[in-house]
Design a protein around this ligand. Structure first.
Ligand SMILES: [Ca+2]
Ligand SMILES: [Ca+2]
Length: 208
């Protein structure tokens, strides 16, 4: 099993290693000490955990880079009854906020995983906020929230009709957390609302 749970393909071999990867003679890849030390400083993972993640990452991404296509493939594998593409677009953006690259290297991947696994409640909710703030203007519109909630329901294969309509959920959420009623949820409103209201947190940030 790889970093994200997909099965390793037997014939995958590193064909285009990034500068992260140092290949040894039998074509297995090791992380450089510089990368390991950098991740030990930036994340809460131990050296052994970093190496374990690296082997999983390499199983899924033999090139040492995780691109969006692979990212979607991995999610689709984990959620076979849902549609992963739209949700993956949102998550991939939060892994790759400047969108300068079309693929995520191991360091960036580990920093994102560190927040989702080891981060404080505020750090996790800030990460969730960034996912909902699609255009990055530091506030969430109803359209942005509907788009992400809808993609999440698609991923989970949830019925979106009637009372489960994503827009209806979003209207209810806004009525509770858009405190100044300007039709946008600020980061402060998002953090405060999610922390104070378990039901909202369950919808917006189900893993936290
Ligand atoms: Ca926004
Ligand atoms: Ca507001």
């Amino acid at each position: 099993m790889g970093c994200c749970g997909s099965a390793q393909k037997k014939h995958d071999k590193p064909t285009r290693p990034s500068n992260l990867v140092r290949l040894n003679n039998d074509a297995r890849s090791d992380l450089s000490d510089a990368i390991i030390n950098d991740l030990l400083t930036k994340t809460k993972f131990s050296k052994q955990e970093i190496l374990d993640w690296w082997h999983g990452f390499l199983a899924d991404c033999p090139t040492g880079l995780l691109d969006k296509k692979k990212f979607i493939e991995v999610y689709q594998y984990r959620y076979p009854n849902g549609k992963a593409k739209n949700f993956c677009n949102h998550v991939f953006r939060t892994f790759n906020p400047d969108m300068k690259t079309h693929a995520i290297d191991f360091q960036r991947f580990m920093c994102a995983i560190d927040i989702t696994l080891n981060g404080s409640t505020d750090e996790k909710l800030e990460w969730a906020f960034a996912m909902y703030d699609v255009n990055g203007d530091q506030r969430i519109s109803k359209h942005e929230m509907s788009s992400v909630v809808q993609s999440m329901f698609d991923l989970l294969g949830k019925d979106k009709r009637g009372g489960n309509n994503p827009r209806r959920h979003v209207d209810q959420i806004f009525s509770r957390i858009d405190v100044n009623q300007d039709n946008y949820v600020s980061k402060e409103e998002f953090l405060r609302g999610c922390k104070a209201d378990e039901q909202i947190r369950t919808i917006l940030a189900p893993h936290y």
